[in-house]
Design a protein around this ligand. Structure first.
Ligand SMILES: Nc1ncnc2c1ncn2[C@@H]1O[C@H](COP(=O)(O)OP(=O)(O)O)[C@@H](O)[C@H]1O
Ligand SMILES: [Mg+2]
Length: 385
């Protein structure tokens, strides 16, 4: 293993003139890490994707990351060990990426880490990671802890991706919405006048994933095929939608702290006789309807909705999103970001490469209109190679 990392370190010494960055994103689905290697010209002209990789978490890592979402015994020690495992997994992803472009010099890695708690209302958000170990293993500057400064400035620390969405997906004189459906969903509204708003809308895949894991021992509902076989239960949907977070005005953000298996079992307590497949159908409809509510309310003039994150591969969810929008009088096209030339699996990792570049150039990464921070802030902390 260390031979491999020695190889990375000797191949990829930091180059201060390079515009090539690595972005690593592991989100609330706890599935693994998505990585990209990308050239980001400093003048903001078109980026060039040089490589991409996905490193799934082992079952044991996933289980421990899941367990650490809730209070538990000796969690400081357990979190530190998880952070070391995450750094090793991120370094493996980096090695795979660099094998795709062995000659390049990388300026920096933007590493999001794994959120284990997100409590901006209490003044903190915690992404598990060991960026010092990642820098040690890779021999590349690492920019980590990208959310805390926004929280310190009174913001939500999330979502951070709207600034990047604006940089690559905005079009003149039209309103576009970029929807990221990971474990949690967030939207970026790229208004026709050039302004950008956005917030977390609520669940993405997190509840559907939990339900199919419980009933079919699968990590997710491939293509939404299981949900498609069920009937949406309107009474249950009404109970699910009766959640304070969904009705709050932005800025707002959420995570597994709220939308947890406990939240779901509380909501299901009066529905114990429902068939599991009907619950899955209703959970899919819940994600679609919360997204459609948010888009129709905050972007009524939208002409195109572009979906990224793993939810873009759930055909049933995509279809329901289009239907729910149409029912609210919103007749925007609904596509994945592939229609704009970027794979839905790459968008978030690209955003963290872009945020690393913002740090290196000493440019702010947050949008105060989105997060509610007191002002623009430089995001992240540097762990030198
Ligand atoms: N082919 C697919 N069909 C249905 N859902 C999928 C598919 N591929 C991925 N997903 C969903 O996307 C999730 C991963 O999405 P991702 O964007 O990585 O989220 P996160 O950023 O929260 O890790 C999976 O847990 C699963 O729910
Ligand atoms: Mg993921």
């Amino acid at each position: 293993m260390f031979g491999l990392f020695y190889w990375i370190a000797t191949k990829s010494m930091n180059n201060m003139n390079s515009n090539i960055y690595l972005g690593l994103m592991s989100g609330t689905s706890l599935d693994g890490v998505d990585g990209v290697l990308v050239e980001l010209p400093e003048d903001g002209s078109e980026m060039h994707l040089l490589g991409s990789a996905y490193q799934p978490f082992s079952d044991a890592m996933r289980a421990e990351a899941m367990a650490l979402q809730q209070p538990g015994e000796n969690e400081i020690h357990r979190e530190a060990l998880l952070a070391n495992q995450l750094a090793a997994s991120y370094a493996n992803c980096v090695a795979t990426l660099l094998q795709q472009a062995p000659q390049v010099s990388v300026r920096a890695i933007g590493a999001h880490g794994q959120t284990i708690r997100h409590r901006p209302e209490l003044g903190y958000t915690r992404q598990s990671n060991n960026p010092a170990l990642l820098a040690e293993l890779c021999g590349i500057d690492v920019i980590a802890d990208l959310r805390s400064r926004d929280v310190a400035a009174g913001g939500q620390g999330a979502p951070l991706v709207p600034a990047f969405h604006r940089a690559i997906f905005a079009a003149p004189n039209v309103c576009r919405v970029v929807v990221n459906i990971g474990g949690i969903s967030n939207i970026s509204v790229l208004h026709a006048d050039g302004s950008t708003t956005g917030f977390d809308t609520g669940p993405g895949n997190v509840l559907m994933d939990a339900w199919i894991a419980q009933h079919q021992a699968k990590a997710y509902d491939e293509n939404g095929d299981w949900a498609r076989q069920g009937q949406v239960q309107v009474d249950l949907l009404t109970v699910l939608c009766d959640e304070e977070f969904l009705h709050l005005s932005p800025p707002k953000s959420t995570g597994r702290d709220l939308f947890s298996p406990t939240w779901l079992s509380d909501k299901l307590s009066a529905f114990s006789t429902l068939a599991a497949v009907d619950v899955q159908a209703t959970l899919c409809a819940f994600t679609a309807s919360t997204l459609a509510d948010a888009i129709s309310r905050y972007a009524p003039e939208v002409s195109g909705v572009f979906v990224c994150g793993g939810g873009a591969y759930n055909a049933n969810l995509m279809q329901q999103l289009a239907q729910e929008l149409a029912q609210r009088g919103c007749h925007a096209s609904v596509d994945s970001t592939a229609a704009l030339g970027v794979s839905p699996s790459h968008v978030e990792a690209l955003a963290f490469a872009w945020l690393a570049q913002r740090f290196i150039l000493r440019l702010p990464g947050n949008l105060p209109d989105v997060t509610g921070a007191k002002g623009l802030r430089l995001l992240g902390a540097l762990y030198p190679a």
